[in-house]
Design a protein around this ligand. Structure first.
Ligand code: IVH
Length: 672
């Protein structure tokens, strides 16, 4: 029985729409519909095919998961081998690479060069015949790879049919990879089901493509980026960058953050920029790749046995290293929380010597099964302090020692408690009685987002607290220059500067003041909401639990925490004394264009500083927050924006750029 014309038409329309939205999402990264709307289209298509099975042709988006698992991987022999890349690890080696290339070419090689991230994924080649996806194979030994068509066709970002004028035959080469956050989510799901987790996104990717059963691969968040071509019939190019642009037009995702530079200095600049950007990218890269852009010149240069002469990988320093745990130390934070830190045998990771790694809490110590004396893999991501990836059980000698929770607070020797339902240990003493907590709190009080008192970093705060000169933040306002000058290594100028910084902080806003109190669970955004709601500190201090619950985005835990804070007599005294020292002014209001909005800035701003931009938000009736938490309504994204931008898009939060932001607040770039 054949399907009625109307069903056939609707089917074709749904296939077209789904392909189109895949393209918008994976290639242009500009989705026009929400995930839920996408799912509705997909469900409708599936339902239609259930009623009319003859419509479910192999190109239908529902048919990406082929029915049955394959028995074994077939070998694929390719005409143009997939080569590897030569590696360099320093500027000198990069320059040497260029000189060698010039010697071999017998002429100066001036570029331009295309520069691309070196994606830490798994390389594959896709084959399209007359615009239809027909095969995918792994690199293998370069010439012979494995046929992985069945798993690769489940990857939604890979079009089954190319758009527009596709060539007779096209071989596309690139990397299959997993986004860092998708990888974390996958591992979480696997752990929840009691299955084995993966070490890193690359292993997870390889493991997923090399599955006999495509259903498993379909369930893994795989993505693809093209970075080159193999054989192409029916189309010729002069430049590599041109070929990639063409692939993008055909609907293929091409390598992100591709650029074209004219010489070695350009390559170096790109390398530095990507090295700096590395932490903010949502996929892992292990270096950059520079390639001669001119395809005729590539022909002249040719290849060695395993690698072409016209390309080079400039690798980043490794971020994972193996080292040994020497000891574990506990430190106390401003809320009394005790955090363990592993002291490590010093090791260079990602170009920085590290000698400590954070272990979140006892649960994590047990989960990772860390002992003193253990060898482990540490990884630096962003911060100088690395994370522990895994403990190398094989290297155990039997002399390792278990890590015991501390019986007493490491700073004040007070009792240690573990509140019901909490994974963390706490010092049982109040802030004012534990020098460890106090030091951390005073630094927080002085921090940029709070009272913004410059110069009161870890070292000076330690001295001031140890000498008994600062027992509460009120003492900061009563410090005399002469007292500061009695401190060792404190010069006249520095003492003066610190005094001035304290003086400047006397004029403040209610939001800063509330934040500076360091109430548990009260961050910048909540402090702003409290300011909006109560308008004066007195009203906040006397608010009942019910009053607090009325504040937008304040839940029961936060309300309780604020309430408890102000019911404590010692806290109230400090607040009263502080109020005698500072002047809380209402923010200057210039407009209400952002009234009710909570704004997050992410990525770079080009025509103003972040502080100025935040000030503009407040002046126009809005509030700012640092993360994409509850209540955020607007995200201003600039160059280099990464995780926060993705999160905002996922949640359907409005995203604008700096230009639009300035229009809203009625300010031309360069003026604030
Ligand atoms: S070009 C002959 N571009 O790195 C040139 N490769 O060590 C072949 N890779 O097997 C590759 N990102 O899987 C190229 N932007 C990029 C790349 C890239 C990652 C991988 C590729 C290759 C390996 C070479």
């Amino acid at each position: 029985m054949s399907a009625p014309e109307s069903a056939r038409k609707r089917h074709a329309e749904l296939c077209r729409q789904i392909d189109h939205h895949n393209y918008l999402y994976y290639v242009l990264a500009r989705p026009e519909i929400s995930d839920a709307e996408y799912d509705r289209l997909f469900d409708e298509l599936r339902e239609l095919e259930r009623k009319h099975p003859e419509l479910a042709a192999p190109e239908s988006p529902t048919q990406r998961v082929g029915a049955r698992p394959i028995e074994k991987f077939e070998k694929v022999t390719r005409r143009v081998p997939m080569l590897s890349l030569d590696k360099v690890t320093s500027e000198q080696e990069l320059r040497d690479w260029l000189s060698l290339m010039e010697r071999e070419a017998g002429e100066a090689v001036r570029g331009p060069f295309t520069v691309e991230p070196k994606i830490d994924g798994d390389s594959v080649e896709l084959v399209y015949e007359k615009g239809v996806f027909t095969r995918a194979a792994t690199r293998g030994d370069g010439r012979v790879g494995e046929n992985v068509t069945h798993t690769v066709r489940t990857i939604r970002g890979i079009p089954m049919r190319l758009r527009g004028e596709s060539p007779e035959m096209l071989e596309v080469r690139g990397e299959i990879y997993m986004r860092i956050k998708d990888f974390a989510e996958l591992n979480r799901r696997l752990a929840e089901r009691g299955e084995k987790t993966f070490m890193n996104p690359r292993n997870a990717t390889s493991g997923s493509i090399r599955q006999l059963d495509p259903k498993i691969a379909a369930d893994r968040p795989l993505r693809f980026m093209a970075h080159g071509g193999g054989a192409i019939k029916g189309r010729a190019f002069k430049r590599h960058s041109e070929a990639l642009a063409f692939m993008r037009e055909l609907g293929l995702p091409i390598v992100d953050r591709l650029d074209v530079v004219k010489d070695v200095d350009g390559i170096l600049k790109y390398y530095k920029c990507m090295l700096e950007m590395r932490e903010r990218l949502d996929f892992e890269i292990d270096g950059v790749v520079a390639k001669v852009d001119d395809l005729a010149l590539r022909e002249t240069l040719g290849a060695r046995s395993r690698s072409p002469r016209w390309a080079v990988a400039y690798k980043f320093p490794a971020r994972e290293e193996v080292t040994q745990v020497v000891a574990v130390a506990w430190s106390v934070g401003r809320t009394g929380k005790l955090t363990p830190t592993a002291a490590l045998k010093p090791v260079v990771v990602g170009g920085v010597t590290v000698s400590a790694a954070t272990l979140d809490n006892l649960d994590q110590i047990r989960l990772l099964d860390v002992h003193v004396g253990d060898w482990m893999v540490v990884k630096r991501a962003g911060d100088v302090i690395p994370d522990v990836v895994t403990v190398l059980q094989d290297r155990r000698t039997g002399r390792e020692e278990a890590i015991e929770p501390p019986a007493r607070c490491p700073a004040c020797h007070g009792k240690v408690v573990k509140p019901e339902g909490e994974v963390n240990l706490y010092c049982a003493r109040p802030l004012w009685e534990c020098a460890g907590q106090l030091k951390e709190y005073i630094q927080f009080f002085c921090s940029r987002a709070a009272m913004d008192i410059e110069g009161f970093g870890e070292e000076w705060v330690k001295v001031l607290v140890d000498r008994g000169l600062v027992k509460t933040p009120v003492d900061l306002y009563r410090l005399k220059k002469e007292t500061l000058q009695t401190l060792e290594r404190m010069g006249d100028r520095l003492a003066e500067k610190m005094r001035e910084a304290v003086e400047r902080s006397r004029d403040t806003t209610l939001q800063r003041f509330i934040l500076a109190l360091g109430i548990r669970h009260v961050g910048q955004a909540t402090a702003g909401a409290l300011e909006d709601h109560f308008q004066t500190i007195e009203r906040l201090m006397d608010a009942s639990l019910e009053d607090l619950r009325q504040v937008q985005d304040v839940g029961p835990t936060v309300a309780q925490s604020i309430h408890d804070y102000f019911r404590d007599a010692a806290n109230r005294r400090v607040v009263r004394d502080l109020l005698a020292e500072v002047r809380i002014k209402k923010p200057e209001v210039k407009g209400a264009a952002l009234a009710g909005q909570v704004v997050v800035f992410t990525g770079g701003l080009t025509s103003m500083t972040r502080e100025d931009a935040k000030k503009l938000v407040v002046e126009h009736g809005g509030r700012t927050a640092d993360g994409i938490g509850r209540g955020v309504t607007l995200v201003v994204a600039g160059p280099g924006a990464g995780g926060k931008l993705d999160k905002a898009r996922e949640r359907g939060i409005r995203v604008i750029d700096q230009g639009e932001f300035l229009k809203i607040v009625g300010s031309a770039p360069g003026h604030s």
